[in-house]
Design a protein around this ligand. Structure first.
Ligand code: PBG
Ligand code: ZN
Length: 323
């Protein structure tokens, strides 16, 4: 007998769609550049369609995202001055601290998340303090990360997001925040951050490329899945409120395994390289941009991510609106 079950029957009826993306799941990364004045913004060549913003123009950018229903923002700062210990990262008048205060003043009901790392603030461009031979000083870095967390939280950050892959960073930050009475500031840890070729465009955006060496002594080997789960587990034990897998697309198996094992919210970072691949291929007419965006983000959510950090956040809102 001809099969009674015909899966094509439902294919016309979109009601059975298992995974939907919403602007409410998305976080838009924004770069605030202390060297820009007035309402200036500066193109990021390696990320077509993305900009660095001044303190004034970032307000316009956030406002245009809010108009599209986006309510969460991840802030990166590019300071005027860098030094070998990244002092500008914990300056209460630093670029990120000022941007947080400005945005929190200007808009109600937005969630402001601050990237918490040293690489944009140090002359050497590493995510930790280094000694004179270029070795990363893990434990010495933890004190600085605690100071940065407290200053970002004092400025009004709802969530701090440590991205430097130092061992013990989450507990150091939780202790520093609690000691300062900042018990409601949440931590979204870049828990499983792989040493990836896909960050290259970001390093132009954030001016954070290491001057010598690379990040492979702290970021994870992309071959390791079990180790990623250990990193996530440790961060949960240390008090992370949200854990992150980064990048997203090449690491959907990690997201899926983390979803099966842990009950904390999982974020995935759809990184600069993932963005620029779609943008350049679509600019040349090889793929359809909007279709690729929705397929990409749906895949990340289907794998198990609750939250997606994406440079496409505003595009998604426009695409959903068009349908
Ligand atoms: C630095 C940092 C990086 C990203 C976020 N924070 C890059 C790196 O580790 O070199 C990557 C973001 C992206 O590629 O979109 N701590
Ligand atoms: Zn870093």
């Amino acid at each position: 007998m001809f099969p009674r079950v015909r899966l094509r029957r439902l294919r016309r009826l979109k009601i059975v769609r298992e995974t939907r993306i919403s602007v409410k799941d998305l976080i838009l990364p924004v770069f605030v550049d202390e060297t820009l004045e007035g309402r200036d913004k500066k193109k990021i060549e390696a990320m077509p369609g993305q900009f660095r913003f001044s303190l004034d123009s970032v307000v316009d950018e956030v406002s245009s995202a809010i108009d599209r229903g986006i309510s969460s923002f991840l802030l990166f700062g590019i300071p005027l001055k860098k030094d070998d210990v990244g002092s500008e990262a914990f300056n209460s008048e630093g670029i990120v601290q000022r941007a947080v205060r400005r945005l929190k003043d200007e808009f109600d009901d937005i969630i402001v998340i601050t990237d918490l790392c040293l690489c944009e603030y140090t002359t050497h461009g590493h995510c930790g303090l280094i000694d004179d031979r270029g070795e990363i000083l893990n434990d010495e870095t933890l004190d600085v990360l605690g100071k940065i967390a407290v200053s970002q939280a004092h400025a009004g950050a709802d969530i701090v997001a440590p991205s430097g892959m130092m061992d013990g960073m989450v507990s150091a930050i939780r202790n520093a925040l609690d000691d300062a009475g900042l018990k409601n500031t949440a931590i979204m840890s870049y828990s499983a951050k792989f040493h990836s070729s896909l960050y290259a465009p970001f390093r132009e955006a954030a001016e954070s490329a290491p001057v010598m060496g690379d990040r492979s002594t702290y970021q994870m080997d992309f071959a390791n899945a079990r180790e990623a789960l250990r990193e996530i587990q440790l961060d949960i034990e240390e008090g992370a409120d949200i854990v992150m897998v980064k990048p997203a697309l090449f690491y959907l198996d990690i997201i899926s395994a983390a979803r099966a094992r842990f009950d904390v919210p999982i974020a995935a970072y759809n990184v600069s390289g993932e963005y620029s691949m779609i943008m350049t291929a679509s600019e040349r007419g090889f793929i359809d941009k909007n279709a690729a965006i929705i397929e990409t983000l749906t895949a990340i959510k289907r794998a198990g991510a609750d939250i997606i950090i994406s440079y496409f956040a505003k595009d998604v809102a426009d695409i959903i609106e068009m349908r």
